[in-house]
Design a protein around this ligand. Structure first.
Ligand SMILES: *Cc1c(COP(=O)(O)O)cnc(C)c1O
Length: 240
């Protein structure tokens, strides 16, 4: 038995409670429902239960689903590492890309977007955990990167995104979120970051992320159930 409506309601209640603890409004936090590995038939049930904002790690899988579910009113976010030669696939269907981490990729996306006459919401991914295995910019390089992005008009920079350290030590997890928030604050002071969103927090740590200022949480397993695919599929080198 799957009850997506119940799971979504439960996650929303936890979002609201975390926001309240932090003196924030739950309306400030967007729930991105991460549907990787979930087949279209199940996704359709989730959409009927109210899912409208779907995140996928891999562009091929995302594109296939967006095509098969083209008659549904959903917004698609690509949240995983992208090779430059796949830029055109993102431009073909995605509403948002959350893992921008190189100028080469920014140029490839900008080029394709200009040709298609459209823009794209993007988040810049930062490696806040200092793990070799994680994608994303070094924190120290992030402001210069944002500065450079300014001239790519088709890329609408919405904020920063990160994956925290995978550990049960919540203080170290929070430290990653704070690094992202501090960078966002610095970028804001320099007027480099549009609305200055913070995409951080997943099933295991989204409440802490909200307490630290997240404006987008990316939640998969708490809604769709445990995945059988190991996370090393998505984060090379990840041992857990
Ligand atoms: C899979 C994934 C998530 C969601 O992880 P869950 O444990 O399913 O909540 C968040 N962000 C990224 C980049 C992902 O690939």
């Amino acid at each position: 038995m799957e009850d997506f409506a119940l799971n979504i309601a439960d996650v929303r209640a936890r979002i609201a409670a975390a926001a309240e603890r932090a003196g924030r409004s739950a309306d400030e936090v967007r729930l991105l429902q991460v549907s990787k590995t979930v087949p279209e038939e199940r996704l359709l049930l989730a959409i009927q239960a109210g899912a409208t904002d779907l995140g996928e790690n891999k562009v091929q899988e995302a594109k296939r689903k967006a095509e098969n579910l083209a008659d549904q009113d959903v917004r698609w976010s690509v949240i995983g590492h992208l090779q430059t030669n796949k830029a055109k696939d993102v431009v073909a269907f995605a509403d948002e890309f959350q893992a921008l981490d190189s100028i080469r990729l920014a140029d490839a996306l900008d080029h394709r977007l200009q040709a298609a006459g459209r823009g794209l919401d993007v988040f810049v991914q930062v490696n806040t955990s200092a793990e070799e295995s994680k994608f994303g910019l070094e924190p120290a390089d992030t402001l210069a990167f944002l500065e450079e992005l300014r001239h790519r008009d088709s890329l609408r920079v919405q904020g920063l995104m990160t994956l925290a350290l995978f550990t049960s030590d919540t203080e170290r997890v929070r430290e990653c979120f704070r690094i992202l928030r501090d960078l966002r604050d610095q970028a804001r002071e320099r007027d480099l970051i549009g609305p200055g969103g913070l995409s951080m927090g997943m099933s295991g740590d989204f409440e802490a992320a909200i307490e630290e200022g997240a404006t987008v949480v990316r939640v998969g397993q708490a809604i769709f159930g445990a995945r059988s695919t190991p996370d090393s599929e998505y984060w090379p080198g990840f041992a857990g």
